[in-house]
Design a protein. Structure first.
Length: 566
């Protein structure tokens, strides 16, 4: 019998390495010997040098298999038994990350992305009528199989329940029909399950992207889009219509972009706020849903991870009675999170706080928050003008986008108000030149600006699968790190959706506007001169902050290179 891992039809003996099952016959042979085969292994060392593995065997899955002393699965073309698939529902398969492969006598071989989780195994054994025999498989592989084996059958059953023709053109359904479909229980349940699954998997967004053959459903997890399933084209109009109903949009409008908002209560009682956007594309309407979980996303100042010196500067800004603080960076870098943390700190004082936002992402007790409404002529600029007559102490402006808003914000900061806002610039020092470009007079900016924080979000290495990283020498040279310095990077496992990263944190540079820097804020100011002065006064640039995290093993050096600011 062959002892090579991955041998197509041979099952290694107990004295061999951990088997890699890659055919239906090999799985059946394993089941026929279960449980005597693993029990007979006794104290045998189950191991195999990673280089000896076949090229298409996932090393992370193999390591898990070796630790748990159960086989790894490599069978990309393996077709499961219908009887095996029927043992668990599609929703259960997605929730537990498990898919049945083969039913043999009273044993059910099942590919599981987290076979070491006792609660998963306990639930599977409770649900199934047969004894579950786990096989280790990469998370991505399991989810691909779930998509291939469950999605279409589930979609066909929903299409049949709705009375639709799977092959018919559904782009021009009557408005009344679309409205009825949006209220049907299978569609309601499908959209609800997508939202619940996204929240469970820590997704920040759900994307539905139509194409000629299917509508892809993707979750944005830790900044990366992960495909979770494919919907049949016949279901897409019903699902999009359901999203429109939830978001209070116009069902009859399919030619123009629309947006909406709603709340969704999860089974555990958590309330998730939803921000929805629907836009027409060449293959139908596309939808994006932003999930906002207040308990997870509303941070305090302590959670921002400020260095002790920067925390003192931060507290100094919060204690001021007037002036302007700007938080800058690209879209999705956590600017709003930083400002909300400041608002929570400010509300401890006995002051009047007003905000104008687009949209209002989180409701904070004790803070009066206003939503931009362009149809009613409520813009950042118009709201700011009215705020000045509402006796505010602190004002938050969601974003400075134009000359008018910038001018009123500076005026508010100069007339006895603390103004917080965001701006789209890459570094703290280019914020000065951007404000000047917007038409703010240099002498007004000098008098009003207190500090600027530029930030990025970096993806943290998954602590379960972090391993030595081998960065490109070009990246080492560019980031000025030594050739002998060691770094870590996640390789992907069941704990991190096979991404290699789990969770994010901010890296930032905080520039306090000192007397020296004020003298540099002049018409045609040089951002490089301001940057050099800020560094001499103690500012740590974003790139250096990211490299410091990489040296601690918290992020990869490639991640530090990705968020660098030049």
């Amino acid at each position: 019998m062959s002892t090579e891992p991955g041998s197509a039809n041979a099952l290694p003996t107990p004295t061999d390495v951990v088997p890699v099952l890659c055919s239906r016959e090999a799985i059946q042979r394993y089941l026929e010997g279960f449980p005597a085969w693993p029990a007979a292994a006794g104290d045998v060392q189950w191991s195999c040098p990673t280089p000896a593995l076949p090229a298409d065997v996932d090393a992370a899955a193999y390591d898990v298999a070796r630790q748990l002393r159960i086989p790894a699965l490599r069978a990309p073309d393996l077709q499961p038994d219908a009887a095996a698939l029927s043992q668990i529902t599609p929703a259960t398969a997605r929730r537990l990350g498990a898919v049945p492969i083969l039913l043999h006598k009273n044993l059910l071989a099942m590919a599981i992305e987290d076979a070491g989780d006792a609660s998963v195994m306990q639930e599977l054994n409770f649900i199934c009528k047969y004894t579950v025999v786990p096989l280790v498989a990469p998370a991505r592989s399991v989810r691909e199989r779930i998509g291939a084996w469950y999605d279409r059958s589930e979609d066909l059953s929903i299409v049949a329940a709705l009375g639709l023709d799977p092959k018919a053109d559904v782009d021009n359904l009557p408005e009344r029909t679309v409205e009825q479909l949006a209220q049907e229980q299978p569609v309601v349940r499908l959209v609800s399950d997508l939202i619940a699954t996204a929240a469970q998997r820590r997704a920040s967004d759900i994307h539905l992207r139509p194409s000629e053959t299917a509508t892809d459903v993707l979750f944005r997890i830790d900044g990366e889009l992960v495909q979770v399933r494919r919907l049949m084209p016949a279901l897409s109009p019903a699902v999009i219509s359901r999203i429109k109903v939830i978001g209070g949009m116009n069902l009859a409008e399919r030619r123009r972009p629309q947006d909406g908002r709603a709340s969704h209560v999860l089974d555990d009682g958590r309330r998730v706020d939803l921000r929805m956007s629907v836009v027409p594309t060449s293959w139908g309407e596309s939808a994006a849903i932003r999930l906002l979980d207040t308990r997870q996303s509303l941070w305090t100042v302590e959670q921002l991870g400020l260095a002790p010196r920067d925390r003192l500067r931060f507290d100094d800004v919060i204690s001021r009675s007037h002036g302007m603080f700007l938080c800058t960076g690209p879209t999705g870098c956590g600017k709003s999170t930083t400002l909300y943390a400041m608002l929570q700190e400010l509300r401890r004082q006995r002051i009047n706080i007003l905000t104008i936002e687009d949209p209002v992402e989180f409701n904070i007790e004790g803070v009066q928050q206003v939503q931009v409404n362009r149809a009613a002529d409520v813009t950042f600029a118009s709201a700011l003008r009215n705020f000045l007559r509402h006796d505010p102490d602190a004002i938050m402006v969601g974003e400075i986008r134009d000359r008018e808003t910038a001018g009123i914000a500076v005026e508010s900061a100069l007339t006895g108000h603390l103004v917080l806002s965001t701006l789209h610039t890459n570094t703290a020092t280019t914020t000065v030149t951007r404000m000047l470009d917007l038409g703010v007079e240099a002498y007004l900016l000098r008098s009003s600006l207190l500090a600027v924080m530029a930030q990025r979000l970096v993806r943290l290495n998954c602590r379960h699968c972090a391993q030595p990283e081998h960065p490109d020498p070009r990246i080492r040279d560019a980031l000025e790190v030594g050739a002998d310095e060691a770094f870590l990077a996640g390789r992907g496992c069941s704990q991190c959706d096979d991404l290699g990263v789990r969770g994010r944190r901010a890296v930032y540079e905080l520039m306090e506007v000192s007397q020296r820097i004020r003298k540099l804020i002049v018409p045609g100011a040089d951002a490089d001169l301001i940057h050099a002065a800020a560094i001499e006064e103690g500012m740590t640039p974003i790139t250096h902050a990211a490299v410091a995290l990489a040296r601690q093993g918290l992020i990869s050096l490639a991640e530090a290179w990705r968020v660098r600011a030049e």
